[in-house]
Write a protein that binds this ligand. Structure first.
Ligand code: NAD
Length: 416
């Protein structure tokens, strides 16, 4: 079978057939397929080990986005999200990008920053840290032999004078395929006494920074003028982008749309979405809050988009290997490194942003969104079983997708 993420009509297939297609694409075992089918990704014992005071688990639907071609490779992308239309929009954006060759993505080395806060340092503390840099690096690396053996570890030490009496010492750590917080926090705590000794100050906080601006992922794609809908639509989309570039009220929503897609992949793969969110928005705010994407017109009149953001995500560590459904999600993705995972996520963010801007600049998002949301409204109105589809279809037909109308349709249905 050709290994392609372009699967026309995927959304119309029954769940069972979708699972079979994904299993064939990713070479899943029978157990992995069964896990997806059962919706029962997490056993009580595993959940009880993951956090404290466990009483149950909350399930969120996991879908796969189709059509993604990234650096010439096809991906089916697992997305765990409760919001209607996110997976459809990502798949649609990817389909349009595919026409011009898909996404080109890259990630920097996975450098995370460990911060040590130093109070009342000596006036020449930055020089003393610079002189003792190698000792700090060696001590940090002594904490994590595994990471060093894999080619990672502490790389550099920097200082930032924050106030007369406060210095931040940054340890830059290559965390390879991990998200890295535990690894970096351990190093920061271990190095604090040496930093105190060197600076003549008192160390206080010792923790990773979520502004992971040394660990960036970038993706670009060109959306062909004709697929986008012609020159006017391209221009309207560029105006939509300028709106976000000029106005933080719009930029926040622009970036929320981007994170709709990215968070869903972060969650599906067992990664820490709070860390990714914190990093994304802190990065967006570095020179005044701004969009995480840039859009421009190519000389040929096509629409070119670029996204750049920090993505502290791993394929080892944290819960990536602990949560059975996250393990399957990573297998479906087939990524070989944390950098490749970040490249995929950046591409999803760009596809998502394209789809949202396209809808907003043309027909508005409510038509498509509410059509997909109609079943949720039917459920809210109390529909069960076959009633759900019938109520939803009737509301779509009438173009009135509201709970009060769903209740009326349902009442009528039950009378007949
Ligand atoms: P971890 O400690 O579970 O795994 C990382 C370790 O795995 C490394 O230190 C290394 O020894 C080992 N390892 C094995 N193979 C590796 C490879 N190929 N590449 C890199 N390391 C490899 O997890 P972590 O990634 O250090 O920390 C992530 C966890 O920290 C997440 O669960 C996150 O929620 C949590 N956390 C986050 C914050 C924050 O973001 N502010 C703070 C505290 C904890």
């Amino acid at each position: 079978m050709e290994r392609t993420s372009r699967i026309p009509g995927f959304y119309q297939l029954p769940v069972e057939e979708r699972v079979a297609k994904v299993a064939a694409f990713a070479g899943l075992t029978e157990e992995e397929e069964a896990l997806l089918r059962s919706l029962d990704g997490l056993e009580r014992e595993t959940a009880d080990r993951m956090i404290e005071n466990v009483i149950g688990a909350l399930q969120v639907p996991m879908g796969v986005a189709t059509n993604f071609l990234i650096n010439g490779r096809d991906y089916l992308i697992p997305m765990a999200v409760e919001e209607t239309s996110v997976v459809a929009a990502a798949s649609n954006g990817a389909k349009q990008a595919r026409v011009s060759g898909g996404f080109t993505a890259r990630a920097t080395d996975p450098l995370m920053i460990g911060q040590i806060q130093v109070m009342h340092p000596a006036p020449d503390a930055p020089d003393r840290i610079a002189a003792g840099k190698q000792d700090i690096i060696d001590l940090a690396n002594a904490q994590d032999r595994v990471l060093v053996k894999l080619g990672g570890g502490a790389r550099d030490v920097e200082t930032r004078t924050l106030d007369k009496d406060m210095l931040a010492v940054h340890i830059l750590v290559d965390v390879r395929d991990a998200m890295g917080a535990n690894a970096v926090n351990t190093m920061a705590e271990a190095c604090a006494p040496l930093v105190e000794e060197l600076t003549g100050g008192e160390s206080r906080l010792r923790i990773i920074s979520n502004l992971a601006d040394r660990r960036l992922a970038e993706a670009t794609a060109v959306f062909h003028r004709e697929t986008v809908g012609g020159e006017e639509v391209v221009d309207h989309m560029l105006d939509a982008y300028r709106f976000a570039a000029l106005d933080p009220y719009r930029a926040a929503t622009h970036n929320k749309g981007i994170m709709n897609g990215i968070d869903a992949v972060v969650l599906a793969t067992g990664n820490d979405w709070r860390a990714v969110e914190a990093g994304a928005h802190a990065y967006a705010a570095r020179d005044g809050y701004a969009p995480l994407t840039q859009w421009e017109k190519t000389p040929e009149g096509h629409l070119k988009g670029t996204i750049r953001l920090p993505l502290a995500v791993g394929i080892v560590g944290g819960t990536t290997k602990v949560h059975p459904a996250a393990r399957v999600a990573l297998k479906i993705l087939g990524v070989q490194s944390a950098g490749e995972l970040a490249e995929v996520m950046a591409s999803v963010g760009l596809a998502q942003n394209f789809a949202a801007m396209h809808a907003l600049a043309t027909k508005g998002i409510q038509k498509g969104h509410m059509r997909l949301h109609a079943k949720n409204i039917a459920l809210t109105a109390g529909a069960v079983g076959e009633e759900i589809d019938r109520v939803a279809e009737q509301m779509v037909k009438e173009n009135t997708i509201r709970v009060d109308r769903a209740e009326e349709i349902l009442a009528k249905l039950r009378r007949t």
